[in-house]
Design a protein around this ligand. Structure first.
Ligand code: 523
Length: 152
C-alpha cells in the first residue's frame, strides 16, 4: 500500500511539473495616454462578460510576447501599440497559464481604439481604476496600474 501511495504521489508530482512546463502565457497591455489607462469590457465567456480587463490574449506558438501583444491590440481595438517593458508580477490564470503585463505606447496620438471583440473600450483615470469591476487576475495589478497612470 505504501508503495502504491508513493507511486500515486509521484504521478501527481510529474503531472504538476508537466502542467507548469506547459504553462501558457497570456500577455496584457497597460497603455496610458494623457493620465488615463486603456481598459476593455469583456463580452465572453458568460463568466467574464461585463468585467473589465487590460487588452491582450494568448501568445501563439512561434510568436514572441511582444508580437502577440501587438497582434492582439490590433485585432481587438484596431490600433498599433509599441510595447515598452514589463509591469508588475506574473499572475496565475487557473487552468490557462500566466498573465504577463507589458506597458505599451499607442503610436498615433489622434487614433481612438475601437471595441471590435469587446463590449466597450474606455480610458480611465487613476482615481477610478480601483472602482472598476475587474477580471480577477487583472485586479491584482490595480496598485501597479494606478502608480503607472499617475506617473504618465
Ligand atoms: N485574461 C485575463 N486578463 C486579461 C486577458 C487579456 C486575458 O484574465 N487581461 C484571461 C481570460 C482568458 C484567457 O486569459 O481566460 C485568454 O484570454 P482571451 O480569451 O482574451 O485570449 P485569446 O483572445 O487569445 O483567446 P481566445 O478568446 O480563446 O481566442
Amino acid at each position: 500500500l505504501v508503495l502504491r501511495l508513493l507511486a500515486a504521489h509521484r504521478t501527481q508530482v510529474e503531472l504538476r511539473s508537466l502542467e507548469l512546463a506547459a504553462a501558457k502565457i497570456v500577455v496584457a497591455a497597460a497603455v496610458v495616454r494623457e493620465g488615463k489607462l486603456l481598459v476593455q469590457q469583456r463580452s465572453y465567456p458568460m463568466s467574464l462578460a461585463g468585467k473589465w480587463e487590460l487588452p491582450g490574449g494568448r501568445v501563439e506558438p512561434g510568436e514572441t510576447e511582444v508580437e502577440a501583444l501587438v497582434r492582439e491590440c490590433h485585432e481587438e481595438m484596431g490600433v498599433v501599440v509599441r510595447p515598452l517593458g514589463r509591469l508588475g508580477p506574473d499572475i496565475p490564470l487557473p487552468g490557462v497559464g500566466l498573465l504577463r503585463t507589458h506597458t505599451a505606447w499607442l503610436d498615433a496620438a489622434d487614433v481612438q481604439p475601437r471595441a471590435v471583440e469587446h463590449r466597450a473600450v474606455r480610458w480611465v483615470a487613476a482615481a477610478h481604476l480601483a472602482g472598476l469591476d475587474w477580471v480577477a487576475a487583472d485586479r491584482v495589478l490595480v496598485p501597479a496600474l494606478v502608480a503607472l497612470t499617475e506617473q504618465v
